[in-house]
Ligand binder design. Structure first.
Ligand SMILES: [Zn+2]
Length: 264
């Protein structure tokens, strides 16, 4: 048995296939347990993922209330980048903002539960695509900072979905989408706002294969707050979900929870 503090699962792409680790040290490769019976037992202890204080409940995936209210990474502009307020001098942590929000951001199209548009910090969206359970993605181009990325996304949301239907994503592989064709159409008919800021880059579809033996017939989620003991046979891993024959577990949602993990 291993005691773990749950975090967003580190994942990496190896020859187009996703490898998931259960711990941040990457010592437990979860893929190796496909078909095995796993058990997770919540010990009742929760610690803030930012300051480590002991807490009773979490905010914004693993934070204590003070961190949720004071960290720039927990501000609402992280979810809605078009509301970036750095230029007003009101960034919660200007140094953090300067480092994270004033760098190239990537605009992409991906196929998670269907075609969607999204943005991500940096120039490599693989991690984002894995987290969304996308089976394919293509970079449209880059913009210079987060606020611009947010404005571009808002503009493109008029043509494309920007949300993943997680139940659908966990029920099947999505129908194939012609991402090269969709990208071409998008670039041919760009709104003015987008064409002013977007620098199109090389277009190559990244296919992503998730470790899945079997999709659930009905998606039912486990919740450590209601049922501390969760066990079942590992049928797959997709997005940040562990798919057991007894239900799915959104590990990221329980960031900061301490669990005892066992496999047989
Ligand atoms: Zn905290």
């Amino acid at each position: 048995m291993t005691t773990l503090k749950i975090r967003k699962m580190p994942a990496q792409l190896k020859n187009g296939k996703v490898q998931y680790f259960l711990d941040t040290d990457k010592s437990i490769l979860l893929n190796e347990f496909l078909g095995a019976k796993l058990s997770f037992s919540f010990t009742g202890k929760i610690n803030c993922i930012a300051c480590d204080r002991s807490i009773k409940k979490t905010f914004n995936q693993g934070h204590c209330f003070p961190c949720f209210q004071s960290l720039a990474s927990c501000d609402s502009c992280i979810v809605k980048p078009e509301t970036c307020h750095f230029h007003k001098g009101t960034c919660r942590e200007p140094d953090w903002g300067q480092e994270h929000c004033f760098q190239d951001h990537t605009i992409y199209l991906a196929n998670s539960s269907g075609l969607k548009v999204g943005i991500t910090r940096g120039i490599n969206p693989n991690t984002r695509w894995i987290d969304q359970g996308a089976t394919a993605g293509i970079i449209v181009g880059t913009v210079k900072d987060r606020l611009t990325a947010g404005k571009v996304e808002v503009s493109l949301k008029k043509q494309f979905a920007d949300k993943t239907n997680w139940r659908k994503m966990l029920s099947s592989d999505p129908e194939e989408v012609d991402l090269v064709g969709e990208r071409k159409k998008l670039l041919e008919d760009l709104p003015d706002l987008v064409s002013k800021h977007l620098e199109p880059s090389a277009s190559k579809v990244q296919k992503i294969k998730f470790p899945i033996l079997q999709y659930p017939e009905k998606v039912k989620s486990h919740n450590f707050d209601k049922t501390p003991e969760v066990s079942g046979v590992l049928h797959g891993i997709k997005g940040q979900y562990v798919i057991l024959d007894s239900g799915v577990l959104n590990l990221r949602k329980f960031s900061g929870y301490q669990v005892a993990f066992d496999a047989s």
